[in-house]
Design a protein around this ligand. Sequence first.
Ligand SMILES: [Zn+2]
Ligand SMILES: [Zn+2]
Length: 161
Amino acid sequence: MLTGIGIMLLTFVVMEVVAWVMHKYVLHGFLWFLHKSHHTRHNHAFELNDLFFAWYGTLAMLFFIFGSEPLDYRFWIGAGITLYGVAYFLIHDVFIHRRIKAFGRTSNVYFKALNMAHRVHHKSSGKDGSESFGMLWVSPRYFKAASEVVNKKDKRGAVHH
Ligand SMILES: [Zn+2]
Ligand SMILES: [Zn+2]
């Protein structure tokens, strides 16, 4: 069980690396025709880019199927992929892109930094010229920028009280 949870957490971390590589070299590479929908402004509920959820969902399902009866490490890899998918959806789709209005503003430096980094990614609407391809890992410079914004707000708050 403990080993299982370890495999699951490791898979979660590996998935961030996989997502980064995929995003930088595949989505902004030969699968740009699918990912393009996510870099274009629109008012549809879904994008072609959402197919990637189906892809990772199918992958996780296969791991679950082959890793149960008897339960083995593949089950936990499936669990790690699923956990990452849920985190990715909550952060990228709900928190950053607000596809579902569930979260308000935050003064949490990490979440602010995530948001900033991803907004920079979206600055470019073309295949090339984007940066910050990761999701949960954020470059230290965004942490710095985010904590400056949070500190400024704190100071302003103090003047009014
Ligand atoms: Zn992109
Ligand atoms: Zn995005």
